[in-house]
Design a protein around this ligand. Structure first.
Ligand SMILES: NC(=O)c1ccc[n+]([C@@H]2O[C@H](COP(=O)([O-])OP(=O)(O)OC[C@H]3O[C@@H](n4cnc5c(N)ncnc54)[C@H](O)[C@@H]3O)[C@@H](O)[C@H]2O)c1
Length: 336
């Protein structure tokens, strides 16, 4: 993102829940690079993704608040103490964790999101914007919709607790707008890839890129078509939606490169020739329609960042190579 005076000069202050995670680290990177001093609210004590992306100097411009989104008081203090005007809510458990423990999944993914909205309602003089992570998992499998692109407004038919929780959050956002005039944007990502993606079912493509860089064989555990979205595009879209004047309760579908997994592997081999023969894929198709229309987002934002797949892979390779040269490349995730 082009450097500009931080938005704090314009009286804005961002708090990002779950920003020690993958997408959050890239949102923080974008904010810090343009001069902001964002507040990170996360239950984790570790910050390995942020350390991989930010310099020590840049990390010094980030405020860390350790807290749990299931605690109204923790989050409310984080918002009030730092004069937060823009809330970006990412903290969540992923698909496998929600499947393993749906009660905990609901506490974090649903009640945690309700806390965000309730704080925005009670502190409406302070909090002006909410953008939260929904997911393409609100959609059902390809067979449910038939062949071709799934149009905006198609019925939601999530097949996992995780997807149902995300759909529930979109519903609660709608009610907060209808009942209390709280506007929000929910963004439905599909499979986001890039440095820092080290967990969840769709982390396979990023792990394959890392394996290619270190020259190790790697098997992606699914096949079929997916929508690969470069993480910096995703981070910028969160920030655009936080800063545009979008009223109402909007839920936008994101779209990146819709490709078959074997096409992804071919592209990786072209960008990183040592990967030839190391990467393969096996297993089922993922149960989410991969070809989703994002025309509502394009209509409302005018344009959306869409890094071509080969460039996204190249940028990811370059960062992994730098981390490897600096002795900072963690490859433990390749074993999981
Ligand atoms: N990565 C993707 O491809 C993708 C796709 C669709 C939707 N999403 C959604 O985007 C958001 C961010 O995804 P990600 O890949 O960066 O996830 P991630 O798992 O890397 O990060 C999640 C972060 O939330 C934090 N967290 C978990 N429980 C918490 C709690 N109770 N209180 C405070 N913090 C807590 C974790 O410590 C972690 O830092 C999530 O809501 C996810 O469901 C991600």
């Amino acid at each position: 993102m082009a450097s500009s005076p931080g938005s704090q000069l314009r009286g804005s202050r961002f708090l990002i829940t779950g920003a020690k995670g993958f997408i959050g680290a890239w949102i923080v990177k974008n904010l810090v690079e343009r001069g902001d001093r964002p507040v990170i609210f996360d239950v984790d004590t570790e910050a390995h993704r942020l350390r991989a992306l930010l310099t020590i100097d840049q990390l010094g411009r980030v405020e860390f608040v350790r807290g749990d989104v299931t605690s109204y008081d923790d989050l409310d203090r984080g918002v009030a103490d730092h004069g937060i005007t823009h809330l970006i809510h990412l903290a969540a458990l992923q698909v496998p964790a929600c499947a393993a423990d749906p009660l905990l999944g609901a506490r974090i993914n649903v009640l945690g999101t309700l806390n965000v909205f309730e704080i925005a309602r009670r502190r409406r003089d302070l909090v002006k914007r909410i953008v939260y992570a929904s997911s393409a998992a609100v959609f059902g499998p390809e067979e449910f919709y038939g062949a071709g692109t799934v149009r905006e407004g198609a019925p939601l038919h999530p097949g996992t607790h995780y997807g149902v929780f995300k759909q529930c959050n979109e519903g609660n956002a709608r009610v907060y707008h209808a009942s209390h005039g709280i506007s929000s944007v929910g963004l439905r990502a599909w499979a986001v890839y890039g440095v820092g993606r080290d967990q969840g079912i769709t982390s396979g493509p990023t792990k394959a890129i890392k394996a290619a860089v270190v020259g190790r064989p790697y098997t992606i555990r699914f096949t079929g078509q997916i929508d690969l979205q470069y993480v910096d595009d995703c981070a910028r879209t969160f920030l655009r939606c936080a800063e545009e004047d979008l009223s109402g309760a909007r839920a936008y579908t994101l779209r990146g490169a819709v490709v078959r997994i074997d096409r992804f592997i071919q592209t990786l081999e072209q960008v990183c020739p040592p990967a030839r023969g190391l990467i393969r894929a096996e297993g089922q198709h993922l149960p989410i329609a991969p070809d989703l229309d994002d025309s509502a987002l394009v209509r409302d934002l005018g344009s959306v960042p869409r890094t071509p797949l080969d460039q996204g892979i190249r940028q990811t390779v370059e960062i992994f190579e730098r981390l490897q040269r600096d002795g900072q490349l963690d490859t433990k995730d390749l074993d999981t």
